[in-house]
Design a protein around this ligand. Structure first.
Ligand SMILES: [Mn+2]
Length: 349
């Protein structure tokens, strides 16, 4: 059946079936304007695990999402598909996460990091992280070269580095808009260069990343603060400053205008779910009190799109399903649907 016929035969008011595609949509990957690349990877996760299960949990929760979008008319017709979940990525993640845990524990217990066996583990983990970055880059380029909009679904926050490299190759200069509780500006963390806590430090090494605008940051070390204050490409909107401005009568609308003023034309959205209030993502790996409501972020993204700026691609990471509870994935799936539609709109779809 052709896409047009599928659209004609599909009832957007009906109930999503588990064997349908993402969000219960009837389209193949080829027929969709937006492709979501799942990356079930959490090798360097330091606190509590489970985010490698994020993509499957979001897919499962997506069937419950109602397809009416208040901003983008008939948004569902554009089509959103999730690419196949890679068994290889998942197996490597499980294997090397165990090795990483052992490495961290032994160092914490006083082992010498120059110990030959420990060195071998860290060298192997480094090589696997490089492999993952290349894998992500290749998957992204595969779809970017078909003129699809791509979104990446983590996995931990280390996963989008390869995507940023792909975008640099495909589009040239862009700015990263990071929604996050953490600054993620550590120069390696727990011995791992490609740590979730180092993603923006590594992103800043990509020449085409002309700027990093951080929003909602509320957990960081002094070294990161020094970098935020001194790096010419970094502009940080701390959660505390945003809240204090609001306590003093400033509006979210005016704060959003100040954020948008920092953004050039081409934007990559890197969305760590822990940027939200942890009541919306209680199972995420490193939750921090504070943060945003869902609609606050959608308000920001809608204003960005309506300003004529373009969100060239995005990621949503660190979503972690709770045991026997799909709340985190439920929030993420609804948020993801609205983000996909706004990003499609900003790309003139
Ligand atoms: Mn993060």
């Amino acid at each position: 059946m052709k896409k047009q016929d599928k659209i004609k035969n599909f009832d957007p008011n009906g109930i999503g079936q588990l064997n349908d595609g993402m969000f219960g949509l009837p389209f193949s990957v080829e027929e969709c304007e937006t492709v979501l690349i799942p990356v079930p990877w959490e090798v360097t996760v330091s606190y509590s695990g489970g985010t490698a299960d994020g993509p499957q949990a979001i897919l499962d929760a997506s069937y419950q999402v109602d397809l009416y979008d208040p901003i983008v008319k008939d948004a569902w017709k554009l089509g959103i598909a999730m690419d196949e979940l890679s068994e290889e990525v998942r197996q490597k993640s499980d294997k090397w996460r165990l090795a990483a845990e052992r490495y961290i524990n032994e160092l914490a217990n006083g082992a010498d990091e120059n110990d030959a066996e420990l060195k071998k583990i860290s060298t192997n983990i480094q090589a696997e992280c490089v492999w993952l970055n290349n894998w992500v880059k290749e998957r992204c380029l595969h779809y970017l070269n078909q003129n699809k909009i791509v979104g990446l679904i983590g996995g931990d926050h280390s996963t989008p580095l390869g995507m940023m490299q792909a975008l640099a190759e495909k589009f040239g200069n862009f700015t990263i808009l990071q929604i996050d509780a953490h600054a993620d500006l550590r120069n390696a963390y727990e011995g791992f260069e490609f740590s979730h806590a180092s993603i923006m430090f590594n992103a800043l090494k990509i020449n085409q990343v002309e700027k990093l605008v951080q929003v909602g940051i509320r957990d960081y070390c002094e070294e990161e603060l020094n970098l935020m204050n001194s790096h010419p490409k970094v502009k940080t909107f701390f959660d505390r400053d945003i809240k204090y401005a609001q306590y003093n009568g400033d509006s979210w609308d005016r704060i959003v205008n100040r954020i948008i003023n920092e953004l050039p034309q081409n934007i990559y959205l890197s969305f760590d779910i822990d940027g939200l209030d942890p009541k919306l993502c209680p199972n995420t790996g490193t939750p921090v009190a504070g943060g945003f409501e869902v609609e606050q972020i959608l308000f920001l993204l809608e204003k960005i799109v309506k300003s004529g700026r373009k969100i060239i691609a995005f990621d949503l990471n660190e979503v972690t399903p709770g045991i026997g509870n799909d709340w985190d994935a439920n929030v993420a799936a609804r948020l993801l649907y609205r983000i996909c539609n706004l990003v499609a709109m900003s790309n003139g779809k």
